[in-house]
Design a protein around this ligand. Structure first.
Ligand SMILES: Cc1cc2nc3c(=O)[nH]c(=O)nc-3n(C[C@H](O)[C@H](O)[C@H](O)COP(=O)(O)OP(=O)(O)OC[C@H]3O[C@@H](n4cnc5c(N)ncnc54)[C@H](O)[C@@H]3O)c2cc1C
Length: 420
């Protein structure tokens, strides 16, 4: 017969799930799928009901997903669910411009033909991606979804973490992963401080329908108040990310649709013919926020919870999916070796892999934004010369194309399209 004391100890030590993820936005589901497909049990908790997150009007963003991110989505079975709605990105054109005065002659032009792998990436609208993630999680054994409940506290026990939700229920896990976005409560509750600032800029975001085809070309115009990105969607539609100073953005957002389009037209130009709105208008305040540590006892941060950056280079989610690939690889290999997946030296491997990369990326987006959201003539001349050089030197240009496709650096296996 079992010793009753031993049974009690085992019960205390057994967690409800291997891994609990706080945050079912975008990185949380990607991580849950990759972990469950590699044999872990996972619980994903999100404060919002799935019906809210699945609502097509929930979030107006569309994401420029690098080729490497697309590979991770393919490996986790999500890509097949969005492929028909994805627009390949074949070229990127970057110009330094003034509203109304057209682009300067300095242009950087990147073409996917410079690499062998195919398109640099794909544009996918949030409404398709979010739904695909939620549906894929529902179809994947090993994933428990808790929605409409907020995590209010967390505590570290000897062999596991215990989370308490706002209905007083608890979930215990061997590891807690915070995918809870820029204001990560998971990080705050662990005493992890953040570095960052508000840019005083807001992104106006919407889908635009236009007369002429975009031919898969993404445009980035650098205007003094902030960049304007025109990103190709399926059909004759493009997603715009139009950064303005926050007070101006507020005024523009308050205009009716005709006024909004009248403000956009001189910035957008007429190269795609007549334009009109193809959906609701959204705004997103822009800021930088990087967690000073990505790990703690039995805890790791992923995606915007670890690093929220300016969308100037369309890299936020791509960086998050690299975190996902790296963390899954670290945990799977640790489990295969029989290590405790929540041990700090295991989680330290993840931090070492990702922290320097993401801090550098966040700093680069910060410098880019300051350098380009600026009308100083000397700076303008300097950046135009820099752009001219990058655009003219084939080696540099090819390097940028590989960077845009997410093919550089120490790529996790899932982002190379390989199994762990
Ligand atoms: C205008 C704009 C354009 C962008 N374009 C691109 C692009 O082209 N390419 C790109 O790669 N990136 C882009 N990004 C960045 C990208 O949007 C983010 O990196 C990404 O959405 C972050 O996802 P996440 O899952 O980490 O966090 P979030 O999407 O913020 O998800 C966090 C989730 O956690 C939940 N949550 C929070 N607290 C709790 C709690 N206590 N309990 C339970 N649940 C909780 C929330 O409900 C939420 O669902 C863009 C960003 C902006 C603003």
């Amino acid at each position: 017969m079992d010793n009753p004391a031993r049974v009690i100890i085992l019960q205390v030590m057994t967690a409800d799930t291997d891994i609990v993820i706080v945050g079912g936005g975008l990185n949380g589901p990607a991580l849950a799928l990759a972990l469950a497909q590699n044999g872990f049990t996972v619980t994903v908790i999100d404060a919002l009901a799935e019906t809210v997150r699945k609502n097509a009007a929930f979030d107006g963003r569309a994401y420029a997903l690098a080729l490497a991110s697309q590979r991770l989505l393919a490996a986790t079975g999500v890509w097949d669910r969005v492929a028909d709605e994805a627009q390949p990105m074949l070229e990127i054109k970057v110009t330094d411009g003034h509203a109304g005065s057209g682009p300067s002659p300095f242009l950087m032009h990147f073409d996917h033909a410079e690499i062998e792998e195919g398109p640099m990436g794909y544009m996918v609208e949030d409404r398709h991606l979010r739904r695909a993630f939620l549906d894929a999680m529902a179809d994947t054994p090993g994933i428990t979804r808790i929605s409409g409940k907020t995590v209010v506290s967390q505590s570290v026990e000897q062999n596991h973490m215990t989370l308490t939700l706002d209905d007083d229920s608890t979930v215990s896990a061997r590891v807690l992963i915070g995918c809870d976005g820029r204001r990560s409560g998971t990080a705050a509750r662990a005493g992890i401080k953040r570095t960052g600032w508000d840019y005083g800029q807001t992104a106006l975001v919407c889908a635009i329908a236009h007369d002429k085809p975009h031919n898969g070309v993404a445009h980035q115009f650098f205007m003094p108040p902030g960049p304007l990105a025109i990103l190709p969607l399926t059909g004759n539609r493009s997603s715009i990310v139009w950064s303005e100073r926050t007070d101006t953005a507020r005024e523009i957002q308050a205009l009716d649709d005709a006024g909004y389009l009248a403000a956009l037209r001189p910035r957008f130009g007429d190269f795609l013919g007549e334009i009109k709105l193809a959906g609701k208008r959204f705004t997103y305040p822009l800021g930088l926020t990087v967690a000073n540590r990505f790990i703690d006892e039995r805890l790791a941060l992923v995606g915007d919870a670890a690093h929220g950056m300016h969308p100037i280079a369309g890299q936020g989610l791509n960086a998050g999916l690299r975190d996902v690939g790296a963390l899954v690889e670290v945990l799977v290999l640790a489990a295969r070796r029989g290590e405790d997946i929540g041990a700090i030296d295991v989680l330290e491997r993840y931090q070492q892999w990702r922290r320097f990369d993401t801090a550098t990326l966040a700093a680069a987006t910060d410098v880019f934004n300051r350098l380009f959201s600026n009308d100083n003539p000397l700076l303008r001349m300097g950046r135009d010369i820099g752009m001219g050089l990058v655009g003219a030197v084939p080696g540099l240009r090819r390097g940028f194309v590989r960077e845009a496709a997410g093919l550089t650096g120490d790529l996790p296996l899932l982002l190379q399209g390989k199994r762990i």
